[in-house]
Design a protein around this ligand. Structure first.
Ligand code: ADP
Length: 251
């Protein structure tokens, strides 16, 4: 494969971004009628749907837990989501990502409220351009909230990494493939809990700290966008004036 120069003479990236610049994001909540909760994310050229079912009675019964709900997660890439047709059968990578995405979301869910139940999360990557596990987590957290599942807080995801010797935020596909390191991160921004941290490639300790700071800062920005996306669907009644206004709208 022909190597692309990942940073130009002005220090700008292949798609014109600065080192610490996020790709454009679009978030939508509640777009599927049949799932209990759903969300859609466009994160750069990634296009991902998340659907949630539950809490509902655990089936098969032997998987039920007496003290909390079982959380299940399936991360799947559509055959048309990559340059070359991807086999629809679950790959080792998809099995791994299903596990790490579940573990990233688990601490945010109050599963203790639903003993003997299951909560199912489905993440369908329609178009992939690197950072799909992080974007999938961002969308799935919104789908869980949309399903009305009690959560401690939302979870937002964003990767950082290293290209041409510089630490950069939110790698695109070409940067992921030809860069020197990739550090996917998910954050629960209110409690400051990092619930996903993986690393591919190598970074010095200093670079690692810089990449972690960059990605957690981006997660905080994405969290604000998640809140806004929820507000678009759910009108929050804050005071008496709001209540009256809502009542007038109903009439
Ligand atoms: P993430 O999407 O979370 O960054 P990876 O680092 O494993 O996960 O993958 C980076 C990117 O590589 C994906 O977003 C996708 O664009 C591409 N990719 C992954 N698996 C395949 C595949 N089987 N065929 C083609 N492209 C793939």
């Amino acid at each position: 494969m022909k190597e692309t120069k990942l940073l130009d003479d002005n220090g700008l990236r292949v798609d014109g971004r600065r080192l610490d610049e996020l790709r454009p994001l679009k978030l939508e909540v509640g777009i599927l009628d049949k799932a209990n909760g759903s969300a859609y994310i466009e994160h750069g050229r990634n296009k991902i749907l998340a659907g949630v079912f539950g809490p509902r009675e655990a089936q098969p019964r032997h998987i039920a837990l007496a003290d909390r709900a079982v959380l299940r997660c399936r991360y799947h890439m559509a055959p048309f989501s990559t340059d070359e047709r991807k086999s629809p059968a679950p790959s080792r990578r998809e099995l791994e990502l299903s596990k790490v995405v579940r573990e990233a979301l688990e601490p945010s869910i109050m599963s203790e409220y639903f003993p003997r139940a299951t909560i199912d999360i489905f993440i369908e990557v329609l178009q992939a351009d690197a950072g799909t596990r992080c974007a999938g987590i961002t969308a799935a957290a919104l789908a869980l909230a949309d399903a009305g599942i009690p959560m401690r807080e939302l979870v937002a995801g964003c990767a950082a990494g290293k290209v041409d010797g510089k630490v950069v935020l939110d790698l695109s596909d070409v940067e992921d493939k030809q860069g020197e390191a990739d550090l996917p991160v998910a954050l629960m921004p209110k409690s400051n809990v990092v619930s996903l941290l993986q690393m591919d490639g190598s970074l010095t300790e200093e670079e690692f700290k810089q990449a972690l700071d960059m990605s957690t800062d981006a997660c905080r920005r994405i969290y604000e966008m998640q809140r806004e996306a929820l507000r678009q669907k759910y009108h929050v009644i804050k005071d008496e004036a709001d209540k009256e206004e809502a009542a007038e709208v109903k009439v």
